[in-house]
Design a protein around this ligand. Structure first.
Ligand SMILES: Cc1cc2nc3c(=O)[nH]c(=O)nc-3n(C[C@H](O)[C@H](O)[C@H](O)COP(=O)(O)O)c2cc1C
Length: 230
């Protein structure tokens, strides 16, 4: 049983990486072989180039993106895994550019244009993978109010990413942490008074709960992958 954790934050050992590391610990403690990749440490790579090599008749790509660059080994590992967990900070209401480049190149090659089409609903059985890979998205964000997140449309964005991953890989869970602590030394940055103590309190009291939820997510995915739960 293998799991791949993909850090889409440019920062190591910060919020997103910590959430992923905690989920990884949960999976590891449940007997899963785990690996974590930091996307921003790979030599430059691009998102989907719309080359359509994966949509050619008799394409030999087998669900793997045809572009040969630094992301390819990561995509290979993802397709060999039983669990894929991608984590990203929210930048301007979306996952980071590199997270999305990774997702484009992970998802598009496993999406078939030649599935059974229903003309009534315009839906298509677009899955090419024959086995389930349990997936999850973990987001971290600075915004301090969960209700406000709803006003910005984040839940719809989470749902949409989850819908694609679930449709193409079999299952997808979403976990997020908000009001994250942003700098190691707030005194060096031009930030309104009162923000640091509010963030520090949240980091000390609430973020550990988020880390625990991430740990439990890792455990749950491991159990699902082992077939004990659905
Ligand atoms: C370029 C940039 C844009 C950001 N945009 C948002 C945003 O739209 N909403 C939000 O809640 N936080 C935003 N943030 C804050 C980060 O999402 C937050 O600090 C996150 O936890 C950082 O993850 P990290 O600690 O793993 O780097 C932004 C941060 C940066 C650097």
């Amino acid at each position: 049983m293998k799991a791949l954790f993909v850090n889409g934050s440019p920062r190591r050992n910060w919020n997103t990486h910590k959430m992923l590391a905690s989920a990884m610990q949960g999976a590891q403690d449940s007997g899963v072989e785990c690996e974590l990749v930091n996307l921003y440490e790979l030599p430059a790579f691009r998102g989907c180039m719309s080359c359509f090599a994966c949509k050619l008749k008799n394409a030999k790509t087998n669900g793997l993106c045809a572009i040969r660059d630094s992301l390819r080994p990561v995509l290979e590992k993802a397709l060999e895994s039983d669990i894929i967990v991608a984590g990203s900070p929210i930048y301007f209401s979306h996952p980071t550019g590199l997270t999305y480049s990774f997702l484009e190149r992970l998802m598009f090659p496993v999406l078939s244009y030649n599935g059974k089409y229903d003309p009534e609903t315009h839906t298509m059985d677009s899955r090419i993978l024959t086995r389930t890979i349990h997936t999850a998205m973990i987001y971290t964000m600075g915004y301090p109010d969960e209700e406000g997140i709803k006003d910005f449309g984040y839940p719809e964005m989470f749902r949409e990413n989850s819908r694609f991953l679930g449709q193409l890989f079999g299952t997808c869970e979403t976990l997020y942490a908000y009001n994250t602590y942003q700098f190691s030394d707030y005194s060096r940055y031009d930030v309104a008074e009162g923000i640091e103590p509010m963030k520090a309190k949240w980091r000390d009291e609430k973020f550990p709960e988020d880390l625990k939820k991430a740990y439990e997510l890792g455990q749950r995915l491991a159990e699902k992958a082992k077939g004990r739960r659905d």
